[in-house]
Design a protein around this ligand. Structure first.
Ligand code: GLN
Length: 286
């Protein structure tokens, strides 16, 4: 393949200039991720050999990626994958792009458990598998179940589990939240359900509004529909002494705490994320 006269460093600068002009939020990071993917080089390759020339094919691929990003397609959708916790997860349009704030749930579950601990975790509305697979990757004696109403989402989660070698410890089931699961069968339950009020969805950034599945975003008129259904199920499938973690929107702490208490949870507390916003509600079953 013929080389162009474009070096890696000037390609990176040029990409940033284009993304800045298109008012993209994080032009430097996005430009680097797209350059890495278009060329197959790592960040280290780019740093150690910045004057390497792009081939015509690499330049054309980068150009295509940048055009899509300028049209507000998220990097994770262009590449079909996203880094979450220590994993790289494959994505399709059927699953939400995993968000950094959801890593708080993983962090909290890991802080509650020890490395060799054998426990069971149910991830209700598992999507790409982000929460469940991150926990299983760090806890070799743990087993988990991911549920989802979307068969397409379950296919993504199953593929991610297999790619990570976690399919022996992760099972998946098509159902609504915990419906059909046995009473008192899990040590822990986690969920990042849809929690955005329906009327807010049209005002979201195009990256979210036009590319994340609304099934994974839309929490109904109040934003709380999923919790109303899911929390009693979470309580029912937990063993005595078990803990549940729920991700919430920044203004839903009081309402979700209330639903947890009404369902029978005790020690109900809300924790903040790294941006200092209320993000995780935790409760225990006595
Ligand atoms: N945190 C996501 C967002 O703000 C929403 C995901 C969800 O509803 N669980 O776009």
């Amino acid at each position: 393949m013929t080389d162009t006269d474009l070096t890696l460093v000037s390609a990176w600068k040029g990409a940033q200039t284009r993304l800045k002009a298109a008012h993209i939020d994080s032009p430097a990071i996005d430009a680097r991720l797209l350059l890495e993917a278009a060329t197959g080089y790592t960040r280290t390759d780019i740093l150690t050999d910045p004057y390497k020339l792009l081939t015509a094919e690499q330049k054309a691929t980068l150009d295509d990626y940048l055009t899509r990003r300028e049209r507000r397609v998220p990097v994770a959708r262009i590449l079909g994958r996203k880094g979450f916790w220590k994993l790289l997860l494959d994505l399709t349009p059927s699953v939400l792009v995993p968000r950094p704030e959801t890593e708080c749930i993983v962090d909290m579950i890991l802080k509650t458990t020890e490395e060799g601990q054998a426990f069971t975790l149910a991830d209700l509305g598992v999507g790409s598998g982000a929460i469940l697979l991150s926990v299983l990757s760090e806890r070799p004696a743990a087993k988990g179940l991911g549920t989802d109403v979307s068969e397409e989402a379950l296919a993504v989660a199953r593929d991610n589990a297999a790619n990570l070698g976690l399919d022996g410890r992760a099972a998946f089931l098509r159902t609504s939240w915990g419906a059909g699961l046995a009473d008192a069968s899990f040590d822990f339950v986690a969920s990042n359900p849809p929690y955005i009020r329906s009327e807010v969805i049209p005002t979201l950034d195009p990256e979210v509004r036009d590319h994340d599945p609304h099934l994974a975003l839309d929490g109904g008129e109040s934003g709380l529909d999923a919790y109303v259904e899911m929390i009693p199920e979470a309580f029912r499938i937990l063993k005595a002494g078990g803990t549940a973690w729920m991700e919430i929107g920044y203004d839903q702490s009081a309402a979700v705490e209330d639903l947890m208490k009404k369902a029978g949870f005790f020690n109900v507390v809300t924790f903040k994320d790294l941006s200092d916003l209320p993000r995780i509600v935790v409760g225990q079953k006595l």
